[in-house]
Every structure is written in C-alpha cells, then in structure tokens.
Design a protein around this ligand. Structure first.
Ligand code: SF4
Ligand code: F3S
Length: 104
C-alpha cells in the first residue's frame, strides 16, 4: 500500500484524490490518509503530490504512518474531488516535524 505522511499536514493539496482509481483517500481537517485495505498499489498518486507526502510503505520507518492511515481512514469521510487548498499551504510545505506541531 501507499501511505500519506508528514508532508501532507497543513498542505493538503488534494491532487492525489483526483487520480486514485479506487477512491481510497479519506479527509481529516489537516491532512488526508489512504485506506491500506483499499489501495491497490498502483502508485499513480505518488508523483501527483506537490509536497511529496505519499510514499510506498515498503520504505523504511513508515510503520507509524501506516498505522495512522489505517486508523483514520476508518473514521474520516471519503474524498474524491479536490476542494479548496489551505491558503498557507505553500508556506507550510517545507516546515519540518509537522506531525508533532499540528496533528490533532
Ligand atoms: Fe490510490 Fe493508487 Fe495511490 Fe493507492 S497507490 S492510493 S490505489 S492512486
Ligand atoms: Fe496531501 Fe499531497 Fe494529497 S499534500 S492531500 S497527499 S496531494
């Protein structure tokens, strides 16, 4: 599966949802997540994200993000169309450690 990671937080560009063939993105206030049970590993979303927030879970150290994607995709609503991008998305793009600062 692919997972959404730290870089998405407060950027939330949503280009990813427009290309997913199985509509497996779910929307929280500050970021999106992928439902790992629904993702078919096509990889189409990865290059679409301007924040480079989407990674294959085969990369090292992503266990925390896989669990977060799994957990929140069960309660957040499905999203299939791009909405309004946060006004400060570009300013938030290169901010490090956004999980600790902003995730709620
Ligand atoms: Fe959707 Fe493919 Fe991305 Fe999985 S890898 S979330 S199926 S676009
Ligand atoms: Fe987030 Fe990138 Fe999608 S910033 S909403 S994973 S396009």
């Amino acid at each position: 599966t692919y997972v959404v990671t730290d870089n998405c937080i407060r950027c939330k560009y949503m280009d990813c949802v427009e290309v997913c063939p199985v509509d497996c993105f779910y929307e929280g206030e500050n970021m999106l997540v992928i439902n790992p049970n629904e993702c078919i590993d096509c990889g189409v979303c990865e290059p679409e994200c301007p924040a480079e927030a989407i990674l294959p879970d085969t990369e090292n150290g992503l266990e925390k993000w896989l669990e977060l994607n799994r957990t929140y995709s069960e309660s957040w609503p499905n999203i299939t169309q791009k909405g309004d991008v946060p006004a400060d998305a570009d300013a938030m793009k290169d901010v490090p450690d956004k999980f600790e600062q902003f995730f709620s």
